[in-house]
Design a protein around this ligand. Structure first.
Ligand SMILES: [Zn+2]
Length: 284
């Protein structure tokens, strides 16, 4: 026979087990619903705060060793430095999710300001005033630190496929805003392959540079029908004037042909020389 006391004990134990079970279920639910980037967002905020502290420091400490005047005098007239280039990339990865994960893993040390997914969704990962790690070792004209002077835009694309209409529509909207906000010159919308011709080929040859140039992002060449090239025309010098690093001539030619002719070969031919002859006038 079960006494009233033993029923009470069993009852209490069941209640405890039920509460434990409830907490465990809530924990599981919480773990499932937790935003996967909550922790890395905290890292972003912490780093941004550390840089904000550097900006707030005064008297200024960035010219140690120089003879300071006794009293610090801060000017009243200044703004933030502004990006002057936009570098377009393809991610060479298989999904937006994969790219977001790559850009939030500290050991990769790579990032971009924006990521554009296949459905046109845009992730803004880094403040435009901060320096992303997307260009790497690169050169355009005499500029050798493109990360410091540019906005990086990564488009989700494995490198061997065309870009979606939704991606290009989102890209154009974004470029319009960047161009007007930072007064970026039309010629300064370029690709990763342009600034790092020996290392990179992105965005791939299917990227619609001509269509973008018609919207004011990047320069394009005029019709070459009936064009006669002067004997003195030096196509390597012309590539240098456009901005290409010509240390490796084959790489520079390939980069130019990929961007402006949708051709991935390394040999300069007469058609290419005519196009370059027309194009370089716009950079002079
Ligand atoms: Zn790239």
């Amino acid at each position: 026979m079960i006494s009233y006391f033993s029923i009470l004990i069993v009852d209490t134990m069941q209640t405890r087990n039920s509460i434990r079970c409830l907490f465990f279920c809530l924990f599981l639910l919480g773990a499932c619903n937790r935003f996967p980037y909550a922790d890395t967002n905290k890292v972003y905020k912490k780093q941004a705060k550390a840089y904000a502290e550097i900006l707030r420091q005064y008297p200024l400490k960035d010219s140690m060793g120089l003879a300071y005047a006794g009293n610090w005098v801060g000017t009243t007239n200044f703004t933030m430095r502004r990006p002057n280039f936009v570098i377009i990339h393809h991610t060479a990865q298989n999904s937006c999710e994969q790219t977001l994960a790559t850009f939030t893993l500290p050991r990769t040390q790579v990032s971009s300001h924006y990521v554009i997914c296949k459905d046109g969704k845009v992730y803004h990962m880094l403040n435009d005033y901060l320096r992303g790690h997307h260009a790497g070792v690169s050169k355009w004209g005499n500029s050798t630190d493109l990360n410091s002077s540019s906005i990086g835009i990564e488009i989700d694309n494995n490198g061997f496929e065309s870009f979606t209409e939704a991606q290009i529509n989102s890209l154009i909207q974004l470029l319009e805003r960047l161009k007007s906000t930072f007064n970026i010159p039309t010629s300064n919308f370029i690709g990763h392959g342009d600034i790092a011709p020996t290392r990179k080929v992105d965005p791939n040859w299917m990227f619609p540079w001509k269509a973008l140039s018609e919207k004011g992002f990047g320069l394009w060449w005029n019709d070459t029908t009936g064009v006669a090239i002067p004997a003195s025309f030096d196509h390597m010098q012309a590539l240098r004037i456009v901005g290409y690093d010509i240390k490796d001539s084959s790489a520079a030619i390939r980069a130019f042909k990929q961007h402006f002719i949708q051709d991935t070969t390394k040999i300069m031919n007469e058609a290419g020389r005519k196009i370059l002859y027309q194009l370089v006038k716009k950079y002079m």
